[in-house]
Design a protein around this ligand. Structure first.
Ligand code: ADP
Ligand code: MG
Length: 251
């Protein structure tokens, strides 16, 4: 398990003994994890090991079967918890970009600001343009998603999420659907976010990214956390046989 030396700030997310079953399929088998302020935690592991389910439980896109998930100290599974308020603090970026096809890039980045956060149009547009600049797409504000490459669409999705001023960014294989030559631009944006101190929870197959950017790597297999620690340990010299076998396949 990870050493406290890698921990930065206060706990943003605390997961305790998280279980999730789909019918008789026991997918998450007692996960414990903490994500601290300013930390980049990468989750790696084979397909079907429960990585997406884990991430989706954190913002209650999936309802946990049992266990505790605290976000900012609040128990999200508590029926009295205002999950919408908690979700507003989490940006989520998926493998598929899920942009609104009928809205311009700028409008994609303002619509939730004006409807959910009740920001004025001008403030929302300023925020959106700042974030489009950050992801290198200032010149695409008036374009429509279909006119953009996959990598550009994914960077818009990141700008859209950032425009909500999230405290935590969740990424589920954000580069897996991209042509190889488009992956680098998206990873650069994520790397920059990390250096700016964003708290990030990233499911990824990009081992070089995890190795360079993650403060901590979690290796999952069969619905359990098999190994966890700094990247140089988990990716560089794993102690568990299952981690070694996985890394041999992907590296
Ligand atoms: P990973 O992201 O590591 O590839 P997933 O979390 O997507 O793994 O899936 C883990 C297991 O949970 C798989 O067996 C998958 O079929 C199952 N699963 C995921 N989501 C659902 C769902 N909504 N309904 C039923 N089974 C699901
Ligand atoms: Mg997945």
């Amino acid at each position: 398990m990870s050493s406290s030396a890698t921990h930065r700030g206060a706990a943003v997310v605390e997961v305790t003994d998280l279980h999730k079953s789909f019918g008789s399929n026991h997918v998450l088998r007692g996960l414990d994890a903490t994500i601290r302020q300013g930390e980049v935690v990468c989750v790696i592991g084979p397909s079907g090991s429960g990585k997406s389910t884990f991430l989706r439980c954190i913002n209650l896109l999936e309802q946990p079967t049992s266990g505790s998930i605290k976000v900012g100290g609040e128990e999200v599974t508590d029926p009295d918890c205002d999950i919408d308020a908690i979700r507003r603090n989490m940006g989520m970026v998926f493998q598929q970009f899920n942009l609104f096809p009928h809205l311009s890039v700028l409008d994609n980045c303002t619509v939730a600001q004006t409807t959910v956060l009740k920001r004025g149009k001008e403030e929302a547009e300023t925020k959106a343009r700042d974030n489009l600049e950050k992801v290198g797409l200032s010149d695409k504000a008036d374009a429509y998603p279909a006119q953009l490459s996959g990598g550009q669409q994914q960077r818009v999705a990141i700008a859209r999420a950032l425009s909500m001023d999230p405290k935590l960014m969740l990424f589920d294989e954000p580069t897996s659907a991209l042509d190889p030559e488009l992956v680098g631009d998206v990873l650069s944006v994520m790397r920059r976010l990390a250096t700016e101190g964003m708290t990030m929870f990233v499911v990824t197959h990009e081992m070089a990214f995890a190795r360079e950017v993650a403060d901590r790597v979690i290796f999952m297999d069969g619905g359990s956390i098999v190994e966890e620690g700094v990247p140089s340990q988990v990716i560089g010299s794993p102690t568990e046989e299952r981690t070694r076998v996985f890394l041999q396949r992907v590296l």
